[in-house]
Design a protein around this ligand. Structure first.
Ligand code: NAD
Length: 385
């Protein structure tokens, strides 16, 4: 089977890599720059770190701060309207996946007509025709990998949907772990398990290939060895660096191989109950992997080995059970509830969650085990209590 593998954009990684921002903006001929960021990052003074050097070059800068976590469609529509009114020639996204997804959407749709809703994957009817204005993405969480993916996620009433096209890929990504030091433990945990989920789902995806496998396994190694330290000791430079590389590699891996069941079931939790994306993935990860275990035993053995455990004395089936157990332990160790009840999801909502989950056909198609509606309901029920 042939595979298309995309390694975009130009990326700068490692501690202090933010220093490349000005030269990259110059290379992209910027003079009127939109910075899409999260109001909390403005409060933390992080936005100044990028705006000041840009202003010092004499460039116009406009800071847009109406980003909210897990952005609803309406937030995207408003930002796109704002972007179209101005003649920006570069958009910079600074923040977690919420800010980055909005920034790349604004950059592309700046040069298109129609509403954001018209371009959604599940219900939209329009296609993107060009890459819009140049985009630089700077993550401040180690989680989504949005800086290297062609997806922009928006929250709808009952689920989430995406705009997806390679035109959404930025021109430059700057992945500087120093920007993640201020993340509180809860966000470090949730975003870190999100990145781990990307790597695990990409590794068992039907679209996995040796290139995405290499990225996924290295992401699993880095994240599982450092997430506990990053949560308990946020200033630990090595742990933050590992998480940053782990999330970046997981992003490259899942962008090319895709995610599957965990994400398909997590989207309705985010849409209907506003559970953060990272926590939605975390609470479902062990249950989905437990349910599909028999379809990917060998791969789950590889995963638990990448998590640092020897399987020499175990059969393949035993190793796959151990994988599920170690995923549960990891989620528990970083203080994320392991049940839907722990997130106060009412039991009578499981049917409507399953209705929304089965709609995510594009994502479910990458699962190594075909998941029908009754399977999805069974997983939610297992995860409930
Ligand atoms: P987020 O962007 O919603 O941020 C979570 C919280 O962390 C916010 O309150 C924010 O203010 C805070 N924060 C961010 N950086 C900080 C820092 N350095 N210090 C202190 N606080 C900080 O969280 P996220 O998990 O990064 O992004 C979630 C969004 O990304 C969801 O909408 C999800 O669906 C989407 N997503 C996109 C992709 C993709 O490929 N495009 C992949 C996965 C998830």
């Amino acid at each position: 089977m042939s595979s298309k593998i995309t390694f975009m954009p130009v990326s700068y990684t490692g501690w202090g890599s933010l220093e490349h921002l000005v030269s990259e903006a110059e290379r992209l001929n910027a003079s009127n720059i939109l910075i899409v960021t999260d109001p909390f990052l403005v409060e933390l003074g992080m936005t100044d770190k990028i705006v000041e050097p840009l202003k010092a070059k004499g460039w116009e800068t406009s800071v847009y701060t109406e980003v909210v976590p897990e952005p609803p469609l309406a937030v995207g529509e408003k930002l796109v309207e704002f972007t179209r009114k101005h003649k920006f020639d570069l958009v910079i996204g600074l923040g977690g996946g919420s800010a980055l997804d909005l920034a790349k959407l604004a950059g592309v749709l700046a040069t298109h007509d129609g509403n954001v809703a018209d371009y959604l994957n599940l219900t939209g009817s329009l296609s993107l025709s060009d890459k819009g204005i140049p985009k630089i993405l700077i993550p401040t969480t180690s989680g989504t990998g949005s800086e290297v993916t062609n997806i922009s996620v928006l929250s709808l009433e009952t689920t989430k949907d995406v705009v997806t096209h390679d035109y959404l890929l930025p021109d430059v990504a700057i992945i500087d772990p120093a920007l993640t030091v201020s993340l509180p433990p809860k966000v470090t945990a949730a975003t870190g398990i999100d990145a781990l989920t990307h790597a695990v789902e990409a590794y068992v995806s039907v679209n996995a290939n040796p290139v995405t496998d290499a990225f996924a396994l290295q992401a699993i190694r880095l994240i599982s060895s450092s997430i506990r330290t990053a949560v308990t000791d946020g200033e630990n430079k090595q742990a933050r660096t590992d998480m940053s590389y782990g999330s970046y590699l997981a992003g490259l891996s899942f962008f090319n191989a895709g995610v599957a069941g965990v994400h398909a079931l997590a989207y309705p939790l985010g849409g209907q109950f506003h559970v953060s994306h990272g926590e939605s993935n975390a609470v479902l990860l062990p249950y989905v992997m437990g349910y599909i275990r028999q379809s990917c035993e060998k791969r789950m053995k590889d995963i638990v080995e990448a998590m640092g455990f020897s399987t020499a004395q175990l059969s393949q089936a035993q190793a796959s059970y151990k994988c599920v157990e170690e995923l549960k332990r990891l989620v528990t160790d970083v203080n994320i509830p392991l049940t839907l009840k722990g997130f106060e999801i009412p039991e009578d909502s499981l049917e409507s969650l399953a209705d929304a989950g089965i709609e995510q056909k594009r994502i479910l198609a990458r699962s190594p085990m075909k998941l029908e509606r009754q399977d999805i309901l069974a997983i939610y029920q297992a995860a409930y209590a």
